[in-house]
Design a protein around this ligand. Structure first.
Ligand SMILES: *[C@@H]1O[C@H](CO)[C@@H](O)[C@H](O)[C@H]1NC(C)=O
Ligand SMILES: *[C@@H]1O[C@H](CO)[C@@H](O)[C@H](O)[C@H]1NC(C)=O
Ligand SMILES: *[C@@H]1O[C@H](CO)[C@@H](O)[C@H](O)[C@H]1NC(C)=O
Length: 394
């Protein structure tokens, strides 16, 4: 009996040692540390500022200051279910650190709902379902202008430059068309994987979007309004699967790459173990539903409330975003193997934006949707274009 007890104690100890060694190795690899730790680790300690939107959301805005600011502030906006971490997780090879090393004054925004923006002046994200009553529309109409104004206030600058990834671009088109006075506050917007129309996306995302209206109703009935929170049961299950031995195959090769395009060389299993601890982060069910509507309705329009459209918009159909009013300078950088942002869709968007100053297609054939932020060698395939654009349109 006693012997058995000892053996058990030894086993538990061994497990603890193993666990702690896993945790220590993990911390060596930058897993799950935040923007402030990451930026400090790579030589640019950042500061954090709270931005409160007109409708009460509190968003963390990170600043990587430079010693003597000569260049215009550059705002980086992450994509859907992502956070400001995305611009730093590649460490020295990431865009935020590369820009900071080159003397740019870097600002990293967060959209309502993600783990840096899950706060509100009076709504509780865990109790009030109305906290989650938002989509990319609200990111563009409330979050983005509040973030931009905060940067202009803190720097005294008249304009910012901006770089967005995926939904991080969509929200600029929403802003520029809904609040046209903000066009004057953006000098140049560099759109990495610009998302607007979703006519030509393929399976499985098209299938997910096709069934989403039904799924949305079920989730609503079940009182599920927040999606992709890592701390909820589905999030934990997903994490167990993706962290397992078959995690890379199941979560990346059979799912992530199917949606974003195959580019294993730029991604890799080691990096997956890191990014898996950061991504995804929460967004609302309504946001996914809004994107599903863009696909299903074949229209870049405001959220479709069905029979309530009449009361809300005084129209039967939701109004389209007037892209003709997006007069800020915009540069597109697109990828040939980006299944989420196929060139056909990019071309529809491109023709409707009145001030598109540059259109660059990366020469790398397998460049996909996520390589823009998570690729290993973006100093070779992407950053030179960005620096060129920032200099030319200075
Ligand atoms: C990042 O690069 C700098 C300069 O090249 C180097 O001094 C530093 O050690 C690197 N940091 C890490 C964590 O790799
Ligand atoms: C968009 O532009 C049109 C004219 O091009 C103008 O009539 C309309 O008021 C603008 N919309 C907004 C929201 O300013
Ligand atoms: C604009 O795009 C073209 C390719 O379409 C590229 O050759 C050119 O260098 C770009 N201009 C700037 C200023 O980056």
């Amino acid at each position: 009996m006693f012997k058995l007890f000892i053996i058990n104690v030894i086993t538990v100890c061994k497990c603890l040692v193993l666990l702690s060694s896993i945790l220590i190795t993990a911390s060596k690899q930058d897993t799950n540390i935040n923007v402030l730790d990451l930026s400090a680790k790579y030589g640019h300690p950042a500061t954090s500022h709270d931005v409160t939107t007109e409708d009460g959301y509190i968003l963390q805005l990170f600043h990587i200051p430079v010693q003597t600011q000569q260049k215009r502030p550059v705002l980086l906006m992450h994509g859907m279910t992502d956070t400001a971490d995305t611009w730093l997780v590649r460490g020295n090879g990431s865009l935020a650190i590369t820009l900071a090393n080159a003397g740019y004054d870097v600002w990293l925004g967060n959209c309502r709902g993600n783990r840096y923006a899950r706060r509100h002046t009076y709504l509780d994200p865990d109790k009030d379902s109305s906290f989650w009553d938002f989509s990319f529309h609200d990111h563009g109409v409330y979050d983005l202008p509040a973030i931009i104004d905060k940067i202009l206030e803190l720097t005294g600058s008249k304009k910012i430059d901006a770089i967005g990834h995926s939904q991080g671009n969509t929200i600029f088109y929403v802003l520029g068309s809904s609040k046209p006075e903000y066009n004057a506050k953006v000098n140049l917007m560099i759109a990495l994987a610009p998302v607007g129309y979703l006519h030509n996306i393929g399976s499985p995302l098209s299938d997910i979007f096709s069934i989403f209206p039904k799924l949305n109703k079920i989730l609503k009935t079940l009182n599920v309004h927040e999606l992709f929170n890592k701390k909820t049961l589905p999030g934990k299950i997903l994490n167990v699967v993706c962290s397992s031995d078959i995690g890379y195959e199941m979560c990346v090769e059979r799912f992530l790459f199917e949606i974003t395009g195959f580019d294993p060389e730029e991604f890799g299993q080691d990096f997956f173990e890191i990014i898996n601890t950061y991504f995804p982060s929460s967004t609302s069910r309504k946001n996914i539903d809004h994107f599903a509507q863009v696909y299903n309705r074949k229209s870049f329009a405001k959220y479709d409330y069905g029979y309530r459209n009449k009361a809300i918009y005084n129209a039967r159909e939701p109004p389209q975003y007037n892209l003709g009013n997006v007069t800020m300078k915009i540069a597109f950088i697109v990828a040939l193997n980006d299944k989420l942002t196929p060139l056909k869709d990019v071309n529809i968007l491109r023709k409707q934006l009145p001030n598109l100053v540059n259109y660059t297609v990366s020469p790398r054939k397998t460049f996909n949707h996520i390589s823009f932020v998570w690729g290993e060698n973006m100093d070779e395939y992407l950053f030179p274009f960005i620096f060129d654009l920032l200099k030319t349109y200075n």
